[in-house]
Design a protein around this ligand. Structure first.
Ligand code: ADP
Length: 425
């Protein structure tokens, strides 16, 4: 081979090697980049997973704490109810303490009911099923009444407890009174709970005619809230003091519900607090003034008891039946109790009843089934559901089955009277 040829071959070889080295280099840098990206991706995914895990663990912890709180909150009043009832049933019971013990049983039962209502409201709010309904009412009278419901509690702690209205507070406002009362009750009961003996609670209610804004504030000089807890107390299930040996009871749902209700009504929350000096909880929202409402004249005593016709009560639970019997004895009206849906249908068919209180979960025919059946031959008789199914969807089912109204258990004499006044006069 001549030299020239050898050189050419060597050069070609070198060029080929260089090219393959360049290719290798570029491939390996590509590979390096891919690897880097992969590592980044894996890291990102790992972080995301670990955050999700942390969030899930936190949610579980919050739920666990909530359940343990709930259990505690339910057991505490139950303990008082069961304990005092047992004491009162003893033959050696000292009747001197009868009213004191009975009032503990009464307030403990109301406590229990509040917890159940809170849980129901909270789950309804969570699922977006909550609606606001505006009614033209004398809000001042309503708020005065709500305020007065807590005056005994405030008095028992010797608190200075006052309610103030701005001078030109309108007589009628278009508001969702139930929700406003619910929020105010939450703020006042917290203020009383977290304010030590002898301190001050002021409830200020104002209406600005220029901006159409209603403002309600509950100020207390109680224990206040520290900076760290301020961020949490409006969260569901959270309380400032999460320890097992919490000094004050409560489910930690009240403020979360109030906040969501205020937002649902397009209002803004007012909240200020200083640890050791006190807190202010309130809200401001646009509210239209309403027109005058026709005043319904008070009925005389004779008119009050003038119920026309016989009442049928369909109730299978023995305890509830005894309770209904005792409550109904307070009215001057004839009544009869039947223990299932089938008997209710038969009774309406064969007797001259003018009104029905209908339980739902009963043997043979449920209240809904019995009502549907009654409506095939009697479209006029007023039927009012009296059931422990308190959810709005369940209440709607009662109405669409043909019932005229609904009451949820527990009921009191006032609730029954309202219905009898409405349908049996
Ligand atoms: P709870 O039923 O536990 O009172 P809330 O949601 O109403 O639930 O309140 C949550 C927490 O906020 C309370 O446990 C308490 O720590 C704090 N808090 C609420 N109102 C006040 C107040 N007026 N003064 C001091 N702390 C308060």
């Amino acid at each position: 081979m001549d030299d020239e040829r050898v050189k050419r071959i060597i050069n070609r070889e070198r060029a080929a090697r260089k090219e393959s080295e360049r290719l290798l280099e570029s491939k390996s840098s590509e590979l390096y980049e891919i690897n880097q990206n992969l590592e980044k991706l894996v890291l990102e995914r790992t972080n995301k997973l670990s955050n999700a895990l942390k969030e899930a663990e936190l949610a579980m912890k919050v739920k666990d704490e909530f359940l343990s709180n709930m259990s505690h909150e339910i057991r505490t009043p139950l303990n008082a109810i069961i304990g005092f009832v047992q004491i009162m049933m003893k033959s050696t019971y000292n009747e001197k303490s009868f009213f004191k013990h009975l009032s503990i049983v009464n307030s403990s039962s109301k406590n229990l009911l509040q917890i159940i209502n809170d849980i129901l409201d909270f789950s309804k709010l969570q699922s977006g099923k909550f609606t606001i309904s505006l009614v033209n009412i004398d809000l001042k009278a309503k708020l005065e009444h709500t305020f007065s419901l807590f005056s005994q509690e405030a008095e028992a702690k010797s608190l200075y407890y006052e309610l103030f209205f701005s001078d030109d507070f309108p007589k009628y406002l278009l508001v969702d009174e139930t929700r406003i009362v619910q929020i105010l009750s939450n703020f006042i009961s917290n203020a009383i709970k977290f304010t030590p003996v002898g301190k001050v609670i002021l409830v200020n209610v104002g209406y600005d005619h220029k901006t159409s804004k209603l403002k309600i504030e509950v100020q207390d000089t109680g224990i206040g809230i520290d900076e760290e807890a301020k961020a949490k107390i409006f969260n569901s299930f959270e309380q400032e003091d999460a320890s097992v040996t919490r000094k004050f009871g409560g489910t930690g749902l009240g403020l979360a519900i109030s906040k969501q209700l205020i937002e649902l009504m397009d209002g803004t929350i007012i909240f200020e607090s200083t640890k050791g000096s006190g807190s202010t909880f309130g809200f401001e929202m646009s509210v239209e003034t309403g027109g005058d409402v026709e005043v319904i004249e008070e009925k005389s005593k004779e008119e009050e008891h003038g119920y026309k016709g016989k009442v049928l009560i369909a109730e299978d639970n023995e305890m509830s039946a005894i309770l209904m019997e005792t409550l109904m004895e307070g009215f001057e009206v004839e009544f009869e109790i039947v223990a299932d849906g089938e008997l209710a249908v038969e009774a309406v068919k064969s007797n001259d009843y003018a009104f029905v209180f209908m339980d739902n979960q009963m043997p043979k025919l449920s209240g809904i089934e019995a009502t549907k059946c009654i409506r095939t031959f009697n479209t006029d008789i007023p039927i009012v559901a009296l059931s422990a199914n308190a959810l709005k969807t369940e209440q709607e089912e009662f109405l669409s089955a043909g019932m005229n109204d609904t009451l949820s258990k527990p009921v009191n004499q006032e609730d029954l009277k309202l219905m009898l006044d409405k349908y049996l006069k």
